[in-house]
Ligand binder design. Structure first.
Ligand code: CP
Ligand code: NVA
Length: 330
């Protein structure tokens, strides 16, 4: 498998074999890290990390992974750099290509990361756009693999707004890896038709199934993984909270709902999550709408079934695999 020089922009750009290779590499690098075995595979290289939206997991993952691989890294955001205001994406891409061996980008439309990749002479990695969050999918799948020992045939249920980055990318990932993917939400929150059609064609080949239902009972019967994401994503206006709470409350992952899945089911969330009022937004919206939690209750979030922190750690191991695979020969 040779991914050297390749960008990592969205899950659909990769074959099941390539995704499997990245997951195997991540598992191997994780083992090395846990056993204190150095793995400075990219010694002497440098990467640029561009964040036009905030981040905890993704930024830390890229930074720690870069250090572990022997690389230097530079963080850039829109307030402290020329990006966006005084310099175009295309010009930024060419400037950074002269100094760095790889570029991470987190921002708004997918077209921005695609534009960056078009003009960059080095690999570009998507650290989240409105439409796509591909590195998160690798972390999620590594976590599922660690728990179940396989991906094929896993009954994966996504509860909530599936039109944004997480719903789109999880659907693409499940289709690629032969999993049974169900979206459970009001039908206005299903992923876009064109993407569903594209993923259905992939599913035909891999043996995956894609289901879209408004029924919680139907979706959760036999579920191995129950996944949710925030109801309001970064960059969306505050005014959408009211509509989201009204439409998505029946799909909140709570104790009663988890009982409808297999007793052995796991709970997953890309994080950050509004599972209590201990955040500024959680408190403000919680008080405004009279709710203790939004997409997941504290009971489920803190339960034995919840693998969210293992999943968060796996962001680092999988991002490390993406950088190593696209910067080095294997
Ligand atoms: N899951 C995720 O991407 O988290 P951050 O926004 O903290 O990077
Ligand atoms: N859908 C969320 C994912 C955060 C990791 C957002 O875009 O804010």
């Amino acid at each position: 498998m040779n991914l050297k020089g390749k960008d990592f922009l969205k899950i659909l750009d990769f074959s099941p074999e390539e995704l499997e290779f990245l997951l195997d590499l991540a598992a191997d690098l994780k083992k090395k890290k846990k056993n204190g075995i150095p793995h400075r595979l990219c010694e002497g290289k440098n990467v640029a990390l561009i964040f036009e939206k905030t981040s905890t997991r993704t930024r830390c993952s890229f930074e720690v992974a870069a250090h572990d691989l022997g690389m230097g890294c530079t963080y850039l955001d829109s307030s402290g750099s020329q990006i966006g205001k005084k310099e175009s994406i295309a010009d930024t891409a060419r400037v950074l290509s002269g100094m760095f061996d790889g570029i991470e980008y987190r921002g708004f439309g997918q077209e921005r990361v695609e534009e960056l990749a078009k003009y960059a002479l080095v690999p570009v990695w998507n650290g989240l756009t409105d439409e796509s969050h591909p590195t998160q999918i690798l972390a999620d799948f590594l976590t599922i693999f660690e728990h179940y020992g396989h991906l094929k045939g896993i009954n994966f249920v996504y509860m909530g707004d599936a039109r944004f980055n997480m719903g789109n990318s999880l659907m693409a990932g499940c289709a690629k890896m032969g999993m049974n993917f169900t979206v459970c939400a009001p039908k206005e929150y299903f992923p876009e038709k064109a993407l569903r059609t594209e993923c259905a064609a992939i599913a035909e080949k891999t043996g995956a199934t894609l289901n879209f239902t408004e029924s919680v009972d139907e979706a959760l019967a036999g579920a191995d993984v129950v996944y949710t994401d925030v109801w309001v994503s970064m960059g969306e206006p505050e005014e959408v909270w009211a509509e989201r709470i009204r439409a998505l409350s029946p799909y909140q992952v709570n104790g009663e709902l988890m009982k409808k899945a297999k007793p052995t089911a796991i709970f997953m969330h890309c994080l950050p999550a509004y599972h209590d009022r201990k955040t500024a937004v959680g408190k403000e919206m919680g008080e405004k709408f009279g709710r203790e939690a939004m997409e997941v209750t504290d009971e489920v979030f803190e339960s034995e079934q919840s693998l969210v922190f293992q999943e968060a750690e796996n962001r680092m191991h999988t991002i490390k695999a993406v950088m190593a695979a696209t910067l080095c020969d294997f």
